[in-house]
Design a protein around this ligand. Structure first.
Ligand SMILES: Cc1ncc(COP(=O)(O)O)c(C=O)c1O
Length: 384
């Protein structure tokens, strides 16, 4: 969370005073309006607000018809939720390397493609865009889908297009740690009508049939899904947060640019697939070795090595690495007959390039409101 204040308080008060807290109450319009507003921001045909980024990724995979017998390629550096969204639909996450930008390595991704590959989930980690041109070209060549995990890159862009609006589907998270927030929350974006209808049914599968006119014009048959419906509070707070998004991103990019200008003559900055488009939340410093990265961090008295970020590193995805895909054995994708011959031979050293890059990078987080003096002082401390 970067900025929150009176406008959000007023929006929540508006919902309480209306007594319309349920999104399908007659006259309740906060969620509906947020979906319209964010759709216009993303320039996609459809948007669905739901309870989390995980819910949005899972709904996208369901919408694509992915399940047992299918593989979905994910980078070895992402929050565990990306991989677990794959097991949640009964499919197998195939783990691949990241490139110098710490986003999915398009070449290694292509090496991991098999007959069972149904999708890839490029993750725009820390606001850094994945190599979308290459990823989409490989996906098109082999005939599988692209589901963007833009949970950490709300408001970011790649070559002028919003991250999350480029692939067959894209997803945002609005949890507390994200660029804009409603405490918890997520959104799914797509231009694919069938995917949208299936995700609509899946994310709200009880209420959708009984309240309002949500199923008007929907052709997909109803099926049993989940309950990832949000309240009007989510819609109301996010409508205010969305108004703040462009200024937050502009501030973050300005802080990042000024800091890089001040230190680039002395420090190696990790590359980006779109320096102008990335969110600006992070300056990624690259070192020759882990020892050098740790020595820098100790001297500087801060910064984070991505290798230390727990469940963002595949080696720490315990339930995935140990292949416990569900509590009930018959629901466990790793035990399913349909998945018997798929690629789930996980080992700790299967992505050595990823582990190497993560251990010799140091992240410095930015803030949207840095003064020139703040940047100057920080630059001095970094250069040492
Ligand atoms: C890259 C990434 N993907 C997915 C998620 C899941 O989002 P949520 O916490 O909203 O379910 C997160 C959350 O931190 C994330 O960072």
């Amino acid at each position: 969370m970067y900025i929150i204040g009176q406008e959000e308080i007023n929006a929540l008060a508006r919902v309480i005073e209306s007594r319309k807290l349920f999104k399908i109450n007659d006259g309740a319009r906060e969620v509906e309006n947020f979906e319209k507003e964010i759709k216009a921001f993303m320039k996609t045909d459809y948007a669905l607000l739901m309870t989390s980024g995980f819910a949005a990724i899972q709904s996208a995979l369901i919408g694509l018809g992915i399940g047992p017998g299918d593989e979905v390629i994910v980078p070895g550096y992402t929050y565990i939720a990306t991989a677990i969204a794959v097991t949640a639909v009964g499919a197998i996450p195939v783990i691949c390397e990241v490139d110098e930008t710490l986003t999915i390595d398009a070449e290694d991704m292509e090496k991991k493609v098999s007959k069972a590959t149904k999708a890839v989930i490029p993750v725009h980690i820390q606001g850094f865009p994945s190599d979308m041109d290459k990823i989409c070209a490989v996906a098109k060549k082999h005939g599988f889908a692209v589901v963007e995990d833009a949970c950490q890159s709300v408001g970011g862009e790649y070559k002028g297009r919003k991250l999350g609006a480029i692939g067959d589907a894209g997803t945002y998270s609005f949890n507390y740690f994200k660029v804009i927030t409603s405490g918890e929350g997520g959104a799914l974006f797509t231009n694919n009508r069938q995917l949208y209808e299936r995700a609509l049914i899946f994310h709200d599968s009880s209420a959708i049939a009984f309240f309002g006119s949500q199923l008007d014009g929907v052709n997909e048959p109803q099926f049993c899904g989940t309950e990832y419906r949000v309240s009007e509070f989510h819609g109301a707070i996010l409508r205010e947060q969305l108004k703040r998004l462009d200024p937050i991103i502009a501030g973050l990019r300005s802080s990042r640019r000024r800091l890089i200008e001040a230190i680039a003559h002395k420090m190696e900055i990790a590359p980006s697939h779109d320096t102008c488009g990335d969110c600006g939340t992070t300056v990624a410093l690259r070192f020759g070795s882990e020892k050098e990265a740790r020595a820098f961090s100790a001297r500087f008295g801060g910064g984070t090595l991505p290798i230390d970020t727990g469940k963002h590193v595949y080696t720490n995805w315990t339930p995935v690495m140990e292949k416990r895909g569900a509590l009930h054995p018959l629901m466990d994708p790793f035990k399913m007959e349909a998945n018997k011959n798929l690629n789930h031979n996980y080992t700790r050293d299967m992505c050595p390039k990823t582990l190497d890059l993560l251990s010799r990078t140091v992240y410095i987080g930015t803030a949207p409101d840095w003064s020139d003096e703040t940047v100057e002082n920080l630059a001095k401390r970094i250069i040492g």
